[in-house]
Design a protein around this ligand. Structure first.
Ligand SMILES: [Zn+2]
Length: 179
């Protein structure tokens, strides 16, 4: 029985790794979200994507999430993530995958380039877990957006309500809207 269980568990781990690779995740994400060895992940990666994984560190800074369009995409992803977290019984790895797939669907139906990669989405969730980033309600539209902690909610205005001047009227984040 224990053996069967471990085979099933391993099958699930492989399935998760394959899904993540298909979404373009970096090796660091696969290592953190599965129990598979680095060697097995590397083989899977090459088999699924047909190439070697890119080397190098993950982006460590929170700055990217604070720039205008990325912030709106990151906020959209996190709103989906929060919604799923409340409504579906998924563990954290599956939650990120499902939320990211829904984010991709959303950008596809709106004919937008998905600015947020799966690796950045994963990093974003970790930044929230460790309190380096948070969600703040916009005083203009009432939507929830990614901000640094300690943002004064009373005065916070999001990038959709207050796009930078260079964005031009009616082109807010390429048509992305927040429900
Ligand atoms: Zn707003």
């Amino acid at each position: 029985m224990a053996k069967n269980k471990s085979i099933l568990s391993e099958a699930r781990q492989i399935e998760r790794a394959v899904t993540l690779i298909g979404l373009g995740a970096r090796m660091q994400v696969l290592e953190r979200e599965t129990d598979l060895s680095y060697e097995r992940l590397l083989r899977l990666y090459k088999e699924v994507s047909g190439q070697s994984p890119s080397k190098g560190q993950l982006p460590f800074s929170t700055d990217w999430f604070m720039t205008w369009q990325p912030n709106i995409h990151a906020s959209l992803f996190l709103n989906i993530h929060e919604y799923l977290n409340k409504s579906a019984a998924l563990d954290e790895g599956d939650l990120i995958i499902k939320a990211y797939q829904l984010y991709l669907e959303h950008t596809t139906t709106q004919a937008l380039e998905p600015l947020l990669s799966i690796t950045r989405a994963w990093r974003l969730v970790k930044f929230l877990d460790t309190g380096m980033l948070t969600m703040t309600r916009c005083s203009g539209c009432g939507g929830h957006f990614v901000t640094h902690p300690h943002e004064i909610a009373k005065h916070y205005v999001c990038g959709l309500c207050n796009p930078p001047a260079r964005a031009g009227k009616g082109k807010s984040a390429g048509g992305l809207t927040m429900q």
